[in-house]
Structures are given as structure tokens and as C-alpha cells.
Design a protein around this ligand. Sequence first.
Ligand code: CMC
Length: 379
Amino acid sequence: MSDEDIKIHRGLNNVYFDRTKTTYINGKEGVLEYRGYNIHDLSEKSSFEEVSYLLLYGKLPTKNELDAFNKSLKESREIPSKIIDIIRSIKESHPMDVLRTAVSALSAFDEEASDKSYDATMRKGIRLTSQVPTIVMAHNAIRGGKDPIEPSKELSHAANFIYMLDGEIPSDSTASLMDKDFIVHADHGSNASAFAARVCAGTQADLHSAITTGISVLSGPSHGGAAENVMKMVKEVGSPENAKDYVKNLQKSGERVMGFGHRVYKAEDPRAAQLQEGVKFLSQEKGDPSWYEILVAVMDAMKPYQRRGIHANVDFFAGVIYHLLGIPTDLFVPIFAVGRIPGWTIQVLEQYKNNILLRPLLSYTGEHQQEYIPIENRK
Ligand code: CMC
């Protein structure tokens, strides 16, 4: 078949490659559901632990089921001391690089690492959900010249995460905002990192390999890296009255405004709406409304883009929330990963259940019939 006869789907845009019962996204109307439950209901009424259960088991838990699930999560928070040694040895690297390396190394300490049965993969997914926050915060402590703070066995997932930052138990409102952030990041269909995790699982590789793959793919600025860049942008804008010129200048130089646009959402990203409320609230609570005001001014300046389906996405608000919580900018992408572990796990489980090697084609447009010239005769 010649290249002209081949329909190329660059970026696999609008291509369906399988079916899922986990997450529904309607990009035109800005709808996101996990297992049929609207993200707004889940963000406002549920907890990250409950949402993780929902994603993994396909139903909302009873009280007893949630208690047992919470117990497993809390019992899995510690990481082996040899992982701490590895983190120490690479402490100068970007936190995403450290996380990728540490998760990969964890497989050496997980007795079920190569067991790809449904039950073992589920158990590993639960363990990784709890271990990833510990890795992120242990590295943060170590690079700051401190000893890691032991994870709490009492606090919720979100509260424990903030607790490991500085040893202070966060207020209920702060913990609940972090919880909401983890909920909206928990899964998102076939985004680049989940797709990559599925490609990995499609070869029958194990969960640690698939999650390591997901972390690698998430690190790019077009995916998870956007929140970090939004914070840089907000600092560059400096004050609300500069927003219009800032956006105009980016437009002129053909650059993208970070935290805007989405491959699937052409209407408002419902996750962004949830986090916008959070930034507003936190800015007031911290008595520092300036960051929120800059975000609103950038949104105003971006209004003309709405006609082209470019709206604020989840990362637009996430960065300022983390900043107001005192979290260093380079931990923003790892936080995305902390929330995403249940999502990657269930996508890997779905892939295993009806497995097929994911192997698309590339249309070759290079030369043919080239004459092989020995190296000494090449110019
Ligand atoms: N600022 C300005 N213009 C934009 C933006 C933006 N943020 N996003 C897309 N466009 C324009 C783009 O220039 C292009 O214009 P034209 O047709 O004139 O060349 C058009 O919109 C389509 O862009 P595209 O790159 O073909 O669209 P895509 O679906 O591949 O892009 C995206 C999706 C997320 C990579 C892109 O919107 C982007 O780079 N956004 C900034 C980074 C960002 O915020 N990423 C976080 C995504 S949400 C978190 C997640 O779920 O991973």
C-alpha cells in the first residue's frame, strides 16, 4: 500500500483502541465520570480512598469495605530502607526522575513483583498507591538535608501526604483540598501516561514496569509537567494587569499558554472547575489573594481562545494550590503521579483482562533500494 492510500491518525487523535468500564469523558460537554459517578459529586462528597476503591473494585464501598481498604493503605505506607538509600544516592535529580527510579527499584523488594494475577496486581496497586507519596516526601526531606518523616498510620492519604512535608498535621480544610486534588487526578481515560502503561501491560510486563512507564510519560510538560510551568508563568506575569500583554506576547511568538487546552476537552475541564473553587478558598484562608487574581486575569485574557475550544485545564489551578500549601514547584508533577496510581493500576488490570499487544503501524516514507557503500568510501 502506498503512503497516499494510508489514512494516518497522527497523535492517535480520535482513535478508539478498546473499551473501558472505568472512566467516561465527554469532551464536548465537559463531563467526567468514574464508574458512572460524576466528578463533581465525587470531589464534593467522597474521599480519595473511597474513589480509589471505586476505580479499583468498580463500586462504592460499604463502611466495612472502606475500613478494610483504608487499613491496607495505611499498612503499606512504609518503604524499604534500601529504597531510602537509593533516593539518597540520587537526591540531586528532579523529583520525577527520583520517583521513576524508586518505583522501578521497589519491584526488587516486592515479593509479588512478577505475579501478574488479578489479585496480586490489585495488592501491588494498593501498595504502590501508599508507597509513592512516601517516596516523594522522603526525597524532599533528604535533598533538604533532613531525615524523612515516617508516614502516619492514622491520617488520611491526603493529610498524611502534607504531614510528611514538614511534620505538621494539616487543618481539615487543607487536607480536604489536597484530597480533592488527588480525586480529580485519579484517572482520566486513555491519556498519554495511561496509554503508555497499557502498552507496557499489553506485552504482559508487570505492574511495577507499567507504573514506571506511566511516571516517565507523565513527566513531560504537555502532560503532567504543565502545573509546574503554570506556576512559573504566574510568577512571570507578576500582577493581574500584566496578564493581557503576557498572553499577547506568547501568542505572537507562537508559544502555548500553560494550563490551557486539552486533547479531549473542548469545553471547560470539569476538574479545573473543582480546583478553581479550591484556589479561591485557599487564597482567602492564607490571606494571599494575589495568585488567584493573576489566574483570573490570565483566564480573562484567554477568553478569545474559547471559540477554538481552548479552556483552562486541571493544571491551571493545581499549581497555585500546591504553591499556597508551601509545596516546592518541582513536586507538582510527582503530586499528579501520587493521585494517578489507582487509575494506572485499574487500566493495567483492564488491559490484562482482555489483553492484546498494542502495536500500530508507521507508514514508511524514506528511501528504498539504497546502495551499500563501505565505510572507507563514504563522504
Ligand atoms: N495555548 C495556546 N494555543 C494552544 C494551546 C495553548 N495552551 N493549546 C492548544 N493551542 C492551539 C495550538 O497552537 C493549535 O493551534 P493551530 O491549530 O493554530 O496550530 C491548536 O490549539 C491545536 O493544538 P494541538 O497541539 O494540535 O492540540 P492537542 O490536542 O494536541 O493539544 C495539549 C493538547 C494539552 C498538548 C495542548 O493544549 C497544550 O500544549 N497545552 C499546554 C500544556 C498543558 O496545559 N498541558 C496539560 C494538559 S491537562 C493535564 C493532563 O490531562 O495531562
